[in-house]
Ligand binder design. Structure first.
Ligand SMILES: [Zn+2]
Length: 200
């Protein structure tokens, strides 16, 4: 006994989400079919449709926006002198949730990994150089993950910015080796920012 094609297709879409297996996909798809009214289902579809049409990376920092530049880059009350460099968009949210940092961010869009073929040109490093060369950034707080790729990326940033008039610091205190920034709690992250150390 098989489900109708469209229902199977919906399950296949859900299964592409990390952590969603066959049973969960089935539950989601059947829930939408049987519990959502038609307006809700249409609104859901509309939202998905608008995702790619309206949201794009901020050309300055790489965070997501539906405007010319993102809210954080536009916010003139934020300190331009401090920049937290992270791997992923969701890491910005994690730091924002600590409510203590009032500088800006730069999203690299991943981390260097020779084994996975991820090279500097695959990351938002040119735009980072451009920002540093503009001269307003005094401190770059490197908040890549404590994985091999994250550490490789931190060392690479240290290397390319060693002759620039910007101080590089690395967050660290309290974060475990191999640790992922996204999973750190707010207190740990606050301590990690406070306990950052100079890289050169
Ligand atoms: Zn931005």
């Amino acid at each position: 006994m098989k489900y109708p094609t469209v229902l199977n297709q919906l399950m296949e879409h859900f299964r592409k989400i990390p952590g969603v297996g066959q049973k969960t996909a089935e539950r989601y798809a059947l829930h939408i079919l049987t519990h959502f009214d038609p307006e809700t289902t249409d609104a859901f579809a509309q939202t998905l449709h608008q995702l790619n049409a309206s949201i794009r990376p901020c050309p300055t920092c790489g965070f997501l926006t539906d405007q010319e530049v993102c809210d954080i880059c536009r916010d003139t009350t934020r300190d331009e002198a401090q920049l937290i460099v992270v791997e992923e968009v969701k890491d910005v949210i994690v730091f924002e949730n600590t409510h203590t940092f009032n500088g800006r961010y730069h999203v690299l869009g991943g981390a260097l990994s020779p084994s996975e073929g991820i090279a500097p040109e695959d990351l938002n490093i040119e735009s980072l150089k451009t920002r540093v060369q503009a001269g307003n950034i005094q401190e770059m707080i490197v908040a890549t993950n404590f994985s091999e790729a994250g550490e490789t990326t931190a060392l690479y940033l240290q290397h390319i910015f060693q002759d620039h008039p910007v101080e590089l610091t690395r967050i660290g205190y309290g974060l475990p080796a191999g640790g992922n920034i996204s999973y750190a709690d707010e207190i740990t992250l606050n301590k990690a920012i406070e306990g950052r150390r100079k890289m050169h």
